[in-house]
Design a protein around this ligand. Structure first.
Ligand SMILES: Nc1nc2c(ncn2[C@@H]2O[C@H](COP(=O)(O)OP(=O)(O)OP(=O)(O)O)[C@@H](O)[C@H]2O)c(=O)[nH]1
Ligand SMILES: [Mg+2]
Length: 416
């Protein structure tokens, strides 16, 4: 593992390496050695100095390492040049993340998205020469890091075939996107909430706690790769649809974000985002910033976002959570594990759902049972009159739900 510290690094080297180590663990790779170096600027050809590269080559040879993983993003040309000297597979952080996604992707949809991201990411590198690693193939069993999914097997494939596959995948993913958009739209008469946050913050655990689901949650980066939606009952009369999403990570490869747009569509269209923050992490504020950056990239920055500070049951989280709350008074402190603060969270979300209550006069036909069901589920009925051709109902409904009501096409909705 190679970490190069540059003046514009956002994280101190210790944290950066700790994160790289978690990523490596998530990729099922055994770390053998760390090599660190401080540099003022990168070397355009090799990223680092030639002497350092030779030192890395020596260490890799001595320890019989299969690969050298850089904590930085390298250009295809740099990787090519580094591999010539190191004579080992060289990967950068983005490729490592893609590899984790490839190993974890279970649904056909997630697999396609990862394959496309890998093809796009590896495409410029397809000219790499692998004479010294001839035996490496694309099979998951023999490959190891960086060779899962489409990985190395693509190296033997004609570039023309690759671009054909890219076109094919792009088309299939577009179809999935459209279906997903339709699905998300079909929920538009519900209030939707999405859990977003840094990977390992506790999103899936929170989902399991409040919605009673059994989503996979683990102390592992990128435990969740697909969005899942379930019903979260806030009170006797109110519920929301809650979606768990893929965790974010700093410097997430761009095209990966693009490929995962379909799953992140949930977040983009949600009425409310719960940004789950891990208070037990020593660099929680950097994680918050990284998530905010991704949200901005997704065009979500202007949405209604609630900061939910999780894991306050941890001893080391206490002071950090309190300090964060002082700077962000609207943040809610919770523990998804013990249930601390969940009642407060429910109250606040409920408040968002019902919004400012509006008094409405609604008229709907006798054949439109959905309207009365909607008002019964989300509002309070004051008066109901059965006319010859329609029902006239006076009711209180949250301002944000009027849109949902209107989508059911009652004869008229009037604010009174
Ligand atoms: N102590 C403590 N641990 C928690 C809490 N919430 C979650 N965890 C732990 O944090 C780890 C990550 O939890 P997940 O729910 O998988 O996190 P996630 O945000 O879904 O992570 P990804 O899906 O990987 O992005 C697990 O080991 C959880 O048991 C909490 O309130 N307190
Ligand atoms: Mg998860």
């Amino acid at each position: 593992m190679v970490h190069i510290q540059l003046p514009d690094n956002t994280l101190p080297p210790k944290e950066s390496i700790a994160e790289l180590e978690s990523l490596i663990k998530a990729a099922n790779v055994e770390p053998l050695a760390y090599i660190k170096q401080k540099r003022q600027k990168i070397d355009p050809a090799l990223y680092i100095g030639k002497g350092k590269v030779e030192e890395i080559a020596d260490i890799a040879l001595r320890l019989e390492a299969d690969a050298v993983i850089f904590d930085n993003d390298l250009s295809p040309a740099q990787i090519r040049e580094l591999e010539k000297i190191i004579e080992r597979k060289v990967l950068d952080r983005s490729e490592l993340i893609l590899d984790i996604f490839a190993a974890r992707a279970n649904s056909a949809e997630a697999r396609m998205q990862v394959e496309l991201a890998q093809l796009e990411y590896t495409y410029p590198r397809l000219t790499r020469m692998w004479s010294h690693l001839d035996t490496v193939t694309g099979s998951a069993a023999s490959g190891g890091v960086g060779t899962r999914g489409t990985g190395e097997s693509q190296l033997e494939i004609d570039r023309r075939l690759v671009s054909k596959r890219v076109t094919q995948l792009t088309r299939q993913i577009k179809e999935i996107d459209q279906r997903k958009t339709r699905q998300v739209k079909s929920r538009s008469n519900h209030f939707t909430v999405s859990l977003v946050g840094y990977t390992n913050a506790g999103k899936s655990t929170l989902m399991n706690t409040v919605a009673g689901t059994a989503t996979y949650a683990a102390d592992q980066l990128f435990a969740t790769l697909d969005t899942k939606t379930s019903r979260w009952d806030l009170s006797k009369d109110n519920y929301v649809l809650l979606s768990d999403t893929v965790g974010f990570v700093r410097d997430l490869p761009h095209h990966l974000v693009a490929s995962f747009r379909a799953t992140l569509e949930e977040a983009i269209h949600a009425d409310l985002l719960l940004h789950v923050v891990d208070a037990s992490h020593s660099h929680m504020t950097q994680q918050v910033d990284a998530v905010n950056n991704v949200l901005e990239e997704l065009g979500c920055a202007d949405k209604d976002i609630l900061l939910v500070v999780n894991k306050v049951d941890c001893e080391e989280a206490e002071n950090r959570a309190a300090g964060f709350k002082a700077l962000n008074p609207d943040a809610i402190l919770i523990s998804a594990k013990t249930g601390f603060g969940i009642d407060e969270l429910v109250d606040i979300v409920l408040n968002r759902v019902t919004g400012r209550q509006r008094r409405l006069m609604i008229r709907y036909g006798y054949d439109n049972g959905k309207v009365s069901a909607f008002i019964r589920a989300h509002g309070t009925i004051v008066n109901e009159e059965y006319k010859d051709d329609y029902v006239e109902m006076e009711a209180f409904l949250g301002a944000k739900q009027i849109h949902g009501l209107e989508s059911l096409k009652p004869l008229s909705v009037e604010k009174i």
